[in-house]
Write a protein of this length. Structure first.
Length: 420
């Protein structure tokens, strides 16, 4: 058996000593003993740094089974009865109230590590599709899609047909779309008609279109996951210079923060996805208030943690799905009236830096970022960095522009709950 590589970012002396002792005896440990050691080392590090701004306390493992065990041991917030929405286990409300909760970083680093394991570990990752943990199953399906591991197609099809969890079925459909799996089209069309979950049926529609257009997962998506650096998590600070970014929009144009230094204010608005009615309402408000933003010299970007295809669906550049919340089509309106760039924050690399917490909670059967708004002045200084605790929890478009005009950057939702 290959030895497990034990690493803890910014290790304390006590943790280093523990891991040194363990390393010498590691070959003699059972799998359960190894898992317990890793778990207690993680808990130790969390307790030692509980009062510091340190989000790099996740233990890395060098093989897939250890990554799976890391996921199993983490106390994720539960899903609702429909298995499509995260429920805060302390407040019994949608979303996650505690902004220090680490579900998102555990999930993001696990998917990064599975992707780093590469296609040579495909068979081990496929094993995760049979796991008792819904989170292991979902993250395994997600990794296979990012890697475009086509040898996993038949097992992903089994998940689509048989998995009892709607969130896991949704992820398998997303992955089949990323793989451009033409052999799966018949099955997906069937599931679009009979699956009991509206959210799963929606992912069927997107997957079919993505496969037919051959717009699967890009190399840029893979590179983004491989590049994730936990030492940069939540490094944005109000009153300090904003971390730089380089992101593509849905047309392939590259945008950087440096372009606007000493020129314009910048507003970054992390949205969810095309299935989000609140996000479409914000798009409508941005369209209505274009003149105000332009007169004030403000550059607006909406940001999405998806790859090219999903980002283009959001802004009406691909198909228009059958939305349950839309009374009339907005595809043509978006084509004619969207005046701001919609950026692709693949893998949530910059969301993790700016506090938008990619994969924080599940909404409509898909793990997504916190709704977040960041305001940066024309000197590059962060004036507001607001992360929502549930969907819709952030300043409205009008409140955002009024803050900039008044030079007063405070906002707290009246429905926002204190963390436990």
């Amino acid at each position: 058996m290959k030895p497990v590589k034990l690493l803890v970012f910014k290790k304390s002396r006590l943790t280093k000593y523990l891991l040194t002792l363990v390393q010498s005896a590691w070959p003699e440990f059972t799998e359960d003993m190894k898992s317990l050691v890793l778990f207690f080392a993680m808990l130790l590090e969390r307790n030692l740094y509980m009062n510091r701004d340190d989000h790099n306390r996740i233990i890395e493992a060098s093989n897939v089974p250890e990554i799976f065990q890391r996921i199993r041991l983490h106390p994720f917030h539960p899903l609702n009865d429909e298995q499509s929405l995260t429920i805060d286990q302390y407040h019994n409300t949608a979303g996650i109230v505690d902004l220090d909760n680490e579900d998102w970083s555990m999930r993001l680093l696990a998917i990064r590590d599975l992707v780093r394991a590469g296609t040579e570990s495909t068979s081990q990752i496929i094993n995760g599709l049979f796991d008792d943990s819904i989170h292991v199953r979902q993250l395994s399906a997600m990794a296979l899609g990012i890697l475009r591991a086509k040898t996993a197609v038949s097992e992903l099809e089994r998940v689509v047909s048989e998995d009892v969890n709607a969130m896991v079925r949704s992820q398998a459909l997303i992955s089949l779309g990323q793989m451009e799996s033409e052999q799966s089209l018949e099955l997906i069309r069937k599931r679009q008609k009979i699956d009991p979950s509206r959210d799963v049926r929606h992912q069927c529609e997107l997957s079919i279109d993505q496969i037919e257009k051959k717009m699967g997962a890009t190399e840029k998506l893979l590179s983004a996951y491989l590049s994730i650096d936990a030492s940069a998590f939540k490094s944005v600070r109000v009153g300090e210079l904003a971390p730089g970014f380089e992101l593509d929009d849905t047309e392939g144009n590259r945008w950087t923060l440096d372009q606007f230094q000493n020129k314009r204010w910048v507003v970054l608005i992390w949205i969810f996805a095309d299935w989000c009615p609140v996000c479409h309402g914000e798009f409508h408000d941005l369209i209505e208030q274009r003149e105000q933003f332009e007169k004030a010299g403000i550059q607006v970007f909406t940001v999405e943690i998806h790859d090219t295809y999903r980002g283009r669906v959001m802004v009406g550049q691909e198909l228009e799905p059958e939305y349950w919340f839309a009374k009339e089509s907005f595809k043509q309106a978006y084509t004619d009236k969207i005046w701001w760039p919609h950026l692709l924050d693949r893998a949530g690399v910059y969301a993790s830096i700016y506090g938008a917490d990619p994969y924080a909670f599940c909404v409509h059967g898909e793990y997504i970022n916190r709704p977040s708004t960041v305001i940066i002045d024309n000197q590059g200084k962060v004036r507001l960095a607001y992360s929502g605790r549930y969907w819709g929890d952030r300043p409205t478009i009008d409140q955002t522009i009024q803050m900039i005009k008044s030079d007063e950057f405070t906002f707290d939702s009246p429905e926002r709950k204190d963390k436990k």
